[in-house]
Design a protein around this ligand. Structure first.
Ligand code: G3I
Length: 457
C-alpha cells in the first residue's frame, strides 16, 4: 500500500471493487483453462459479507485474535467472509510495550501480515486507552507520561506505516452518563483535556496516510456522551486538529439496544466532515430478533454515505468477549446464523437464505369484551429478507373494524375487508416478525376474522 493516501479518501473500498472485477476476470480465465474452482481467498461478488459490502463501497471486517488463527475453521471463515481485520488485543499498549521502550510486535505482525497477504485491510486498535495499560505508565509523572505517550504512538505507527487503513488513536476517553465529562485515566488526570489533541497531532506526523479515528461505546445514539464527543470532533475540525473518522463500537444487548436514532447520529458526525465506522459490532440474542437488529445496523450504515465500513467484534460466538450472549454472526460451530443472512441480505448480497420473498401470518384474539374484541396478526418473513408485506383481514357483517394500530389499512367497498400494509418501513430480516392489531365491534356477532394469505415483496 502506498503511503500517500489522502485523509478522507476511501481508496481501500475502491481497491475491493477492483479486486471483485479482477476475481471475475480470473474466473473467466480459469474457466477457459478448464479450471473448476477459484483458489485462495477469491470471492464471487456479493455472496460473502466482504464482497457484498465492497459492492456497496464499504468494507466488512472482524476482530481477530492471533491465538485462534491456527484453528482451521476459524481461519477459513475469516478468509472467506471478511475483507478487513482489527487485532482484538494484540495492538494494545500492554501487548506492544509492556516494558518502557521495549516493543513486541510478534502477535500483531502475524495478524497484519496475514491479512495484507490476503488483500484485507487492517484497523489499528488502539494507541491511547485507559485499559490494558501496563502498570509503568500509570506511575509516570506528567512530563514523562507525555513523552511516553508520544513515543508509543510514534514507534507503533512508524512500525506499521503504510499498512494500517485507520487507527483508533484514542479510545473511550469519555465517561458514561449525563455529565459529558472526560473519563479519569493517567492521561486525563496528568495531562488534562489536551492529551487527545496531542495524541492526534503526534499520530498524523507518524503516519500521514493512516486515517485517525476517535473510538468509543455508548455513543451510538444521540445522548450526553455522544454529544460530548460530537463537541470535541466539531472543535477539532474547526481548529484543524487532525481527525478523519469516528468509531462507534456498537456493543448492543437488551439493556442497550440499537438506538432508534442510530443513523441520524452517524449522519450528524459525518456532517462534521469525518468518516464514521462501526468498529466493534456485536448484538446479544438469537434468531429473528437478533437478525433484525443486525439488519438495522447495516441499513443505518448504508444510509450514511460516509459510513465506510462495519467491523464485528469476533468471528464466532464461542470466542466472543460476551460468549454467553451469542452476539456474533457465526455460532460456535462456524454455522451461519439468521443474523448472518440478515446482514448479507441488507448488504444486497445473495445467498443469505436464497429463494423468493415470502411471509406467513398468524392471528390471535388479545382482548375480549361484551361489545368488541382486539385481534393481533403476526407477519413472519420466510428464509429471505423482505421489504414489504400485505395481508387481508375479513370481518363478518355486521361486525366493523373500529381501530387499527402498527399498520396502514385500506378497505374494500363493503368495509368488511381490510388490507393491512406496513406502517412505514416494512423490511423484515429472514425469519423476523412484526405484528399489527385492530379492534372489531361485534354488533352481535362474535366470529373470528378470516385471514388471507400473506403476500411479500
Ligand atoms: O491471554 C490471557 C491468558 O493468557 C490468560 O490466561 C487469561 C486469564 O484472564 O487472560 C487472557 O487475556 C485476556 C484477553 O482478553 C485475551 O483473551 C484478558 O484477561 C482480557 O481482559 C482481555 O479482554 C479483552 C478486553 O477488551 C480487555 O478490556 C477482550 O478480549 C476484548 O474483546 C475487549 O475488547 C474491547 C475493546 O478493546 C474496546 N472496546 C470494548 C471491547 C470489549 O470489552
Amino acid at each position: 500500500m502506498s503511503t500517500s493516501m489522502e485523509p478522507g479518501r476511501t481508496r481501500p473500498n475502491r481497491r475491493f471493487r477492483a479486486r471483485g472485477a479482477l476475481v471475475l476476470a480470473m474466473a473467466g480465465l480459469l474457466a477457459g483453462a478448464g479450471a473448476t474452482a477459484l483458489s485462495g481467498s477469491a470471492q464471487a461478488a456479493g455472496t460473502t459479507l466482504g464482497a457484498a459490502a465492497a459492492d456497496k463501497g464499504r468494507y466488512f471486517g472482524t476482530a481477530v485474535a492471533a491465538h485462534h488463527l491456527g484453528e482451521a475453521p476459524y481461519a477459513a471463515t475469516l478468509d472467506a467472509e471478511f475483507n478487513s481485520v482489527t487485532p482484538e488485543n494484540e495492538m494494545k499498549w500492554d501487548a506492544l510495550e509492556s516494558n518502557r521502550g521495549s516493543f513486541s510486535y510478534g502477535a500483531a505482525d502475524q495478524i497484519v501480515d496475514r491479512a495484507r497477504g490476503r488483500g484485507m485491510q487492517v484497523r489499528g486498535h488502539t494507541l491511547v486507552w485507559h485499559s490494558q495499560l501496563p502498570g509503568w505508565v500509570g506511575g509516570l509523572g506528567a512530563s514523562d507520561l507525555r513523552s511516553a505517550m508520544n513515543n508509543h504512538i510514534t514507534q507503533v505507527m512508524q512500525h506499521y506505516k503504510g499498512k494500517i487503513a485507520a487507527w483508533d488513536v484514542v479510545n473511550e476517553a469519555f465517561q458514561d452518563g449525563s455529565s459529558g465529562a472526560r473519563r479519569s485515566s493517567p492521561f486525563q488526570d496528568k495531562l488534562g483535556n489536551g492529551f487527545i489533541e496531542e495524541a492526534f497531532r503526534t499520530a498524523r506526523a507518524a503516519d500521514p496516510a493512516a486515517k485517525l479515528c476517535y473510538n468509543d461505546y455508548n455513543t451510538d445514539g444521540v445522548n450526553a456522551k455522544s454529544n460530548a464527543v460530537y463537541a470535541m470532533v466539531r472543535d477539532f475540525r474547526s481548529r484543524g486538529v487532525p481527525i478523519d473518522c469516528v468509531g462507534f463500537q456498537s456493543h448492543f444487548n437488551s439493556a442497550s439496544p440499537v438506538p432508534g436514532d442510530y443513523r441520524a447520529n452517524l449522519q450528524r458526525f459525518a456532517d462534521l466532515g469525518v468518516d464514521v465506522q462501526i468498529t466493534e459490532l456485536d448484538i446479544e440474542g438469537s434468531g429473528a430478533s437478533q437478525a433484525t437488529s443486525y439488519a438495522n445496523v447495516v441499513n443505518a450504515c448504508l444510509g450514511v454515505s460516509r459510513c465506510t465500513g462495519i467491523t464485528v467484534w469476533g468471528v464466532t460466538d464461542k470466542y466472543s468477549w460476551r460468549a454467553s450472549g451469542t452476539p456474533l454472526l457465526f455460532d460456535g460451530n462456524y454455522t451461519k446464523k439468521p443474523a448472518y443472512s440478515a446482514v448479507l441480505s441488507a448488504l444486497g448480497g445473495s445467498g443469505g437464505g436464497g429463494g423468493t420473498a415470502s411471509c406467513t401470518v398468524s392471528y390471535s384474539r388479545t382482548n375480549d369484551w361484551s361489545d368488541r374484541f382486539n385481534g393481533s396478526v403476526t407477519v413472519t418473513a420466510g428464509s429471505t429478507a423482505i421489504t414489504g408485506w400485505s395481508v387481508a383481514v375479513t370481518v363478518t357483517a355486521p361486525q366493523k373494524v373500529s381501530a387499527t394500530w402498527n399498520g396502514t389499512p385500506s378497505w374494500d367497498g363493503s368495509g368488511n375487508v381490510m388490507t393491512m400494509r406496513p406502517n412505514g418501513n416494512g423490511a423484515l430480516a429472514p425469519g423476523a416478525s412484526t405484528s399489527f392489531g385492530f379492534t372489531v365491534m361485534k354488533n352481535g356477532n362474535n366470529a373470528a376474522p378470516a385471514l388471507g394469505s400473506c403476500s411479500a415483496s
